[in-house]
Design a protein around this ligand. Structure first.
Ligand code: ARG
Length: 730
């Protein structure tokens, strides 16, 4: 799952709330102490030292986080050869693949396979990092914190300690360090990283394989997606990471690379997944869950729905537009379905009742002791109150940020012109600053207009503003409507006036046309900005932001404090439970087994899909279910080479009960011997509230089977350049 982010009272309830063997995203450095015995029982043959070690090479050295330039992690990848070959999901390589694609070389539609190192394509904007070591630094970070410390003091003390620890950790090395907060501030861990900035694209199947089933199958089982792509990490000739591409660089020699098993999996087999899950909220109160169900999710889903539907029309009409929007469309469509499914499972399952039952028990335990009561007595009532205020405030914030401020491609870019506007008050006095700002803006705007489709942008902009007016009653709307739009663009109705405004934005604004923008930057004038409808719109929206933000931030601070106390209290209350911290984009390990499930009454889902299922799903009239001819022929002729299982069929995807979330996408799923058996790539529809609460019965991880991955590389596309590097175990 790429990052973008769930019993009854009594006995059953406890089964759900206490960590079951397969629940938990564990910190690898704690596994030996907390989980290893359990893992052995399930079938893990590796030693704890082979999984995580700071003295010898271990599994963790093969697990990399994929990050954008700014260091934001979005996926996981694993090293599978001694020359730095990295496997990840197709949907994780998607942005890279689309950005390297043109209508002439459309790697998204046609796939790509480098047949030598020279043909590997540099991917600017991606870096990958591995964890060098993890230290528990809680004591040092919290040593000056007492029950009397105020929130503001706490923040200062903690961030000062973190800065010191991070600086010390990397002194004299080329490493990076980050102290990550766990248990909402209950514990702190230092992660030391090694970051590689030269990453190259090696290969990917066409989308008809890598994204087979599209948004229809997304988040669903049974699945037939070959969700993988291949990259290579490069280093300097002397073995050091580099910030970006260099011609002199050579393939990275890893500390550990994963052998790939094609032995296959059976129900009940041990599995573990190591990766970088982005965010979970497993200790969220029932009030937080209700807030998501009723406010946060529906608001986002509805806005995305408007945007996606509008975009889709234009994407279907033009290959160029499809390529330009493919990545943002895919990630928004992914989030749209996740948030929709999450709210749906919160409505239709017992997820919230499970939390309520836990909270009732917790409150009873708290109230039965005066000291506990003093510390935790008000935690839940206060969370209830804050979340009730938070709901409506969130709605406003989402309408603003996802609706008004992201309605058009360039709305947010207007902000950079606000400081120029200020400088233009005194053109003489500020001459130097103006020149410098304009030079920066020239570069920025060149990029803005590089792949800009004005007609599409206009449609989306208008659709979102219309939706806003329809949904938000006049007295709750952002002031820009009454004070600027309806005042300056008069029409018989609100819609007519909105129409006029939108026309003006796309006929007159410097932000919707490169020539107008260039002319402005050649001779920047305050008069032009003063009259610019887009500039005025953005200024208006921001001008009315304060009130909304204050309500939101006020509730948020209160929630933060009480959630930390809730976890702290829970850990005192449930002494026989082993706790794991919420996902926060740091390296984690989850273990479990290959598992089927029963999604609903009378229905059983097997744990494995076969290539025949691809043919079953084929629909030449639906772009999501096209089966490439070469794929179809080989499947029909059963040309599966060494990759068929004992039935003579080719496995495609399989299920396990590992506990993953967005950011884990591309993570290796590993068997008891430490060999790669597949790549994790999705969660399942029946329990999309998994970020908020785990379910043994209904929550599964969807993995692409290593046998399908290798069959595509080896038999279907005959990429011997890649095959020759891999360590394959039968
Ligand atoms: N649901 C997957 C995740 O969040 C992404 C799958 C991408 N595939 C797709 N058809 N959109 O990681």
């Amino acid at each position: 799952m790429k990052k973008l982010i769930l019993l009854f009272v009594g006995i059953l309830f406890f089964a759900g709330m206490y960590a079951t063997p397969d629940e938990g995203m564990w910190i690898p450095s704690k596994v030996a102490q907390l989980n290893y015995a359990d893992m052995q029982k399930l079938g893990c043959k590796l030693t704890a030292e082979e999984i995580y070690s700071i003295n010898n090479s271990s599994l963790k050295d093969a697990i990399f986080q994929l990050q954008s330039e700014d260091g934001m992690g979005f996926c996981t990848g694993e090293i599978v050869s001694k020359q730095g070959l990295l496997f990840t999901n197709h949907h994780c390589g998607y942005e890279a693949i689309t950005s390297l694609s043109t209508t002439e070389h459309n790697y998204l539609d046609d796939g790509y396979w480098a047949s030598s190192l020279e043909e590997e394509i540099s991917v600017p904007g991606i870096r990958v990092t591995r964890v060098v070591r993890i230290d528990d630094v809680t004591e040092r970070v919290l040593k000056d914190i007492t029950d009397e410390t105020t929130e503001a003091e706490r923040e200062k003390i903690v961030s000062k300690a973190i800065k010191e620890i991070e600086a010390e950790a990397i002194e004299g090395t080329h490493y990076e360090a980050a102290v990550s907060e766990m248990y909402q501030g209950g514990e702190y861990y230092l992660f030391v990283y090694e970051a590689f900035g030269d990453v190259r694209f090696v290969g990917a199947p066409p989308s008809a394989i890598g994204k087979f089933g599209g948004d229809t199958d997304n988040w669903m089982w049974p699945r037939h997606t070959g969700d993988f792509s291949i990259f290579r990490v490069y280093m300097s000739p002397d073995g050091k990471p580099t910030d970006g591409y260099s011609e002199d660089n050579v393939p990275y020699v890893p500390l550990h690379s994963l052998p790939i098993s094609i032995k296959g999996v059976k129900e009940g087999d041990f599995t573990m997944i190591m990766g970088y899950p982005g965010q979970t909220e497993r200790y969220l109160s029932s009030y937080g869950m209700i807030y998501k169900r009723d406010y946060f999710n529906p608001t986002i889903v509805n806005l995305l729905d408007v945007q996606l539907k509008t975009l889709k029309q234009d994407m279907e009409a033009s290959e160029e537009i499809r390529l330009a929007y493919a990545d943002s469309y895919a990630s928004n469509a992914n989030g749209w379905k996740l948030f929709d499914g999450e709210a749906l499972t919160l409505r239709n399952t017992d997820a919230i009742q499970q939390k309520e039952a836990l909270e009732a028990d917790f409150q009873k335990w708290v109230d039965s002791d005066e000291t506990r009561k003093a510390k935790y007595g008000n935690v839940l009532p206060s969370l209830k109150e804050s979340y009730e205020a938070f709901g409506p405030a969130t709605e406003d914030i989402i309408y603003l940020s996802l609706g008004l401020l992201q309605a058009g491609e360039h709305v947010m870019n207007v902000q950079s012109f606000m400081s120029l506007n200020g400088l233009l008050d005194d053109t003489k006095g500020n001459a130097d600053a103006i020149n410098m700002t304009v030079e920066n803006l020239k570069a920025e705007t060149d990029e803005m207009f590089e792949k800009y489709y004005v007609a599409t942008d206009k449609k989306v902009f208008k659709a979102l503003l219309v939706y806003y007016i329809e949904q938000v009653p006049a007295e709750k709307r952002n002031a820009v409507f009454a004070d600027y739009i309806f005042k300056n663009f008069k029409g018989k109705t609100e819609m007519e006036s909105l129409d006029k405004f939108v026309d003006a934005v796309f006929e007159k604004s410097i932000f919707t046309d490169k020539a107008r923008m260039d002319a402005f930057l050649a001779k920047p004038s305050k008069k032009v900005l003063d009259k610019d409808p887009m500039f005025n719109y953005v200024q208006g929206v921001f001008g009315d932001l304060m009130g909304v933000q204050m309500a939101y931030l006020g509730a948020m601070e209160n929630i933060g404090v009480n959630e930390r106390l809730f976890i702290e209290g829970l850990r005192e209350f449930q002494t026989d439970r082993t706790f794991y911290p919420d996902a926060n984009s740091t390296l984690r390990l989850t273990y479990g087994t290959v598992q089927s499930y029963d999604p609903r009454d009378a229905v059983h889902y097997k744990y494995l899909t076969y290539a025949d299922g691809i043919i079953e799903k084929e629909d030449p009239t639906n772009s999501e279910f096209i089966v490439p001819a070469e794929l179809k022929t080989k499947i029909q002729n059963k040309e599966f080479g060494q990759y068929a299982d004992e039935t003579g069929n080719l496995p495609v995807c399989f299920l396990s009960d590992n506990d993953i979330t967005g950011g884990n996408s591309g993570s290796p799923i590993i068997n008891g011997e430490g060999h790669l058996i597949g790549l994790a790539f999705d969660g399942n529809w029946e329990w999309l509230c998994s970020n908020l609460i785990f379910s043994v019965e209904l929550q599964r991880t969807i993995n692409v089977d290593s046998r399908y991955v290798l069959w595509v590389v080896d038999e279907l596309y005959d990429c011997q350049h890649i095959m020759s590097e891999l360590d394959i175990r039968k």
